[in-house]
Design a protein around this ligand. Structure first.
Ligand SMILES: O=C(O)C1=C[C@@H](OP(=O)(O)O)[C@@H](O)[C@H](O)C1
Ligand SMILES: C=C(OP(=O)(O)O)C(=O)O
Length: 774
């Protein structure tokens, strides 16, 4: 990792670290390695640690007594067990009183409890020093002591700072600079809130880990127990190897909050005990499923990688050029339909069984949101889900903001549902989603009487929605003339309309995908479609049933283009959804002269499906008809790859919407295409691409023999801009590339197409997935 040494000026003249345990010694090492202080001194009761730290060149001086080394320090870091802090404050006060320390020097700590540290300071100082800033780095390891120190212990970890009325802003600013320089992120929090949160997230788990080891160790047959203890025991009790003195102090120091967390734990434990005794399989499955999903969901947040968050991108594709693809493959389930199956299944009466559900992160975010609102959902298990519908009025308020990850569809459709609920809600997402426009749904929802605020910078998420109980009346049906052909806006309003008084009508400028309308009908809810006008009456009910989700044509598109642009290729994609509001990709590729045919056409779950076969084709550049834009809205990134391989120019217009997807797909694709040597021009609402395909040269003048053997792309380095479709599109380009292509930030592919690289390799491509953190 690059050191911040070059960038960060010396912040302090002399830092004095009091306590050379894991945290104190690690922070000392990080300060040293990053050159943040002219001098570094330390105090510790353990003489060998101090001696070694001096010998290692970490410290300029050290002692067992504060007064020996503290003179002239402008930052004091207290890193001793909680119950020893008061004595340290007494020593610090003495040093101030005798002039060794300036009264405005910064004093901070790294302890796991905050209220009692502040109390300790108050009992020593008549007036709290202006430099006193209580803090707590949320970082640690079960190893303790000087030898376990790691300068990178704080990288990507949070540090909570408790600002007191007495604290000077310059002390806070300087401490924040220090923590950021060693790689941490600083968050402000009130001391009592800190203690309550930490009691649940840190103190309770430690207490339980110590307790379980104690329980097992006290059994007579404990040797056998430990000998055969499987991973579960090892994982659960890892933290019981932590420093007993430190935890002893913490348990007493945060007594009230820990006892309250423990009592709540007892209630949950009793519930589980009773479910087992009662053999209540449904409730137990619901509980376990909810917990498993919540853990996966929080896992992303814990790793500060909310699904596809910016800071966390570390996976890349290293792709070696290949030139042909072949085979018969099954593409994962449709994302749009998967979202809707959870939403309507949850609101229905009775049970809904879903098959073919897309286990991608976007659809899983929707699933988690409904679990957070109290819906019991079993699965997903190989695309199967069982949703125990709660009916139109059965959702419960979520205890936390609903986290939508990277998924625009989840956030916009849920906004419609939540605007009609009795309770308040907050919807938030990852960095990319929190930049996307939300007023397009918030404004028309307000016309219906919703109270909804887009609290981000620019009409963006987080969305804060006030419940009808507070507003005092239900939503009102409206007639809304949509300025953009967006299925998300249309669906949001139709879903809100389920609870509205009277009729809700949406008029779309062009046809957009109609999965909401179809699925509402399949659940027995009447929807009236009259040309581009779609209407719904409020006050009805939904009845659960079976939903078979077809393969996603938007994911299939990558493989269609792969076969069309490469040499000697033929791919068959089985049972892909060919809803006419989604088949713009087929129409556009056909206009470009692609060799595509459909077979085995049938219907599953109210949606038409077919096997799609596509072969190597002599693609021709075209002017893409604007009416096809909403019908292929997600497929343009990969269509740009096709256009680059076509003969002649392709012109896209009327596609401004591409600029507000997971990335600005016009700008980002143009950038990547240019990197790979394609001549293209960005326009306000589209892109002009000069295709590099050459005429097919058959021996027979009438034959349409394909010549896709020449590379059209060079090699190079592409970034996904946190957009799954950008990553997959440039992977397809490798079929006509002369050199390797590297694509950074490909974890985002999991939002819509888990297993993409494996499937691509199965048909003949050569993608190596590399994770720099692995
Ligand atoms: O309704 C849906 O499921 C979707 C609609 C489209 O968005 P817009 O309606 O905003 O164009 C599309 O881009 C998105 O991937 C899924
Ligand atoms: C735009 C997309 O999805 P969403 O709007 O749901 O994030 C997409 O999948 O390309």
């Amino acid at each position: 990792m690059q050191s911040s040494f070059d960038k960060t000026p010396l912040l302090f003249k002399q830092v004095c670290v009091i306590g050379l345990g894991l945290i104190g010694a690690s922070l000392a090492q990080a300060i040293k390695d990053n050159g943040l202080s002219e001098r570094l001194v330390a105090v510790d009761r353990h003489v060998p640690s101090v001696d070694e730290a001096i010998k290692h060149g970490l410290l300029d001086a050290g002692s067992t007594r504060l007064t020996d080394v503290v003179a002239g320090s402008d930052l004091l870091i207290i890193a001793v067990p909680v119950q020893a802090v008061q004595a340290v404050f007494t020593d610090i006060k003495a040093a101030m009183d005798n002039g060794q320390l300036a009264t405005d020097c910064i004093i901070t700590d790294v302890c796991s409890t905050k209220v009692n540290i502040i109390e300790a300071a108050k009992s020593v100082f008549a007036a709290l020093p202006t430099g006193f800033v209580p803090a707590h780095p949320i970082a640690g390891a079960e190893n303790s002591g000087y030898h376990a120190r790691r300068a990178n212990l704080f990288v990507n970890h949070s540090v909570i700072i408790c600002e007191l009325a007495t604290t000077s802003s310059s002390a806070i600013a300087k401490l924040q600079q220090l923590w950021e320089a060693v790689g941490a992120t600083v968050m402000p929090m009130a001391a009592d809130h800190h203690d309550a949160i930490l009691a649940h997230t840190s103190h309770l788990p430690h207490l339980l880990a110590f307790n379980l080891v104690e329980q097992l160790a006290s059994h007579d047959d404990n040797l056998d127990m430990f000998r055969y203890a499987a991973g579960g025991f090892r994982d659960f009790t890892r933290i019981a190897a932590s420093d007993p003195k430190m935890w002893h102090d913490i348990f007493f120091a945060n007594e009230r909050a820990i006892i309250s967390a423990l009592d709540e734990y007892g209630v949950y434990l009793q519930t589980m005990r009773q479910l087992i005794i009662d053999k209540d399989s449904t409730a137990l499955m619901g509980l376990l499923g909810r917990a498993q999903a919540a853990r996966r969901h929080f896992g992303h947040m814990l790793a500060s990688t909310p699904y596809t968050d910016t800071s966390a991108m570390s996976a890349s594709y290293n792709i070696t050029p290949s030139n042909t693809v072949s085979g018969t493959i099954t593409i994962p389930g449709d994302k749009s339909i998967s979202h809707r199956s959870i939403m309507l299944g949850s609101l229905a009466t009775g049970v809904t069984n879903v098959t073919g559900f897309l286990e991608g992160e976007d659809a899983l975010a929707t699933l988690q949101a409904f679990r957070d609102m109290g819906v019991s959902i079993e699965g997903p298990d190989k695309g199967r889900l069982t949703i125990h519908g709660v009916g139109m009025n059965g959702l419960k308020p979520s205890k936390t903001p609903l986290y939508m990850g990277n998924s625009g569809t989840s956030m916009r459709l849920l906004a419609g549902i939540l605007a009609a609920q009795s309770f308040d809600s907050v919807l938030t997402g990852d960095t990319s989603l929190n930049k996307r426009p939300m007023e397009r749904v918030a404004a028309p929802l307000r016309d219906m009487g919703a109270v909804i605020q887009s609290t981000g910078h620019d009409g963006t998420a987080p969305l804060s929605i006030t419940g009808r109980d507070t507003v005092g009346q239900p939503l009102q049906g409206v007639e809304y003339d949509m300025p953009v052909a967006s299925a998300q806006v249309k669906s949001c309003l139709l879903l809100a309309g389920l609870w509205a008084n009277g009729t809700t009508t949406v008029i779309q400028p062009e046809v957009s995908r109609d999965h909401t309308e179809r699925m509402l009908s399949a659940f027995g809810y009447p929807v009236t479609v009259d040309g581009n006008r779609v209407s719904i009456e409020g006050g009805g009910t939904l009845t659960g049933g079976d939903i078979a989700v077809p393969a996603d044509i938007s994911s299939a598109a990558f493989f269609m283009v792969a076969a069309a642009i490469s040499q000697g290729s033929e791919l068959t994609l089985t049972q892909v959804g060919i809803n006419p509001t989604r088949t713009g990709i087929i129409d556009i590729l056909k206009l470009m002269n692609a060799d595509i045919s459909l077979s085995n056409e049938t219907h599953v779950g109210g949606e038409p499906v077919a096997d799609i076969t596509i072969r190597s084709s002599n693609l021709q550049g075209i002017d893409i008809p604007e009416y096809l834009v909403p019908l292929a809205i997600d497929e343009f990134p990969v269509l740009f790859i096709a256009a680059s391989c076509a003969q002649g120019r392709t012109v896209l217009t009327g596609a401004k919407e591409l600029r507000v997807k997971e990335s600005d797909r016009i700008a980002v694709m143009a950038d990547g295409l240019q990197t790979l040597g394609i001549d293209c021009t960005v326009t306000e609402d589209g892109l002009i691409i000069e295709g590099k395909g050459i005429e097919g040269k058959g021996s027979n003048a009438d034959s349409n023999e394909v010549n896709n053997s020449q590379p059209v792309f060079g090699g190079g380095h592409i970034t996904s801009h946190h957009d799954h479709r950008i990553a997959m599109s440039f992977a397809v380009a490798s079929l006509r590339a002369s050199k390797p292509i590297t694509i950074e930030g490909v974890e985002t592919v999991n939002t819509s197409f888990p297993g993409f690289a494996e499937l691509a390799n199965q048909v003949g491509m050569s993608i190596e997935v590399h994770d720099s953190r692995a």
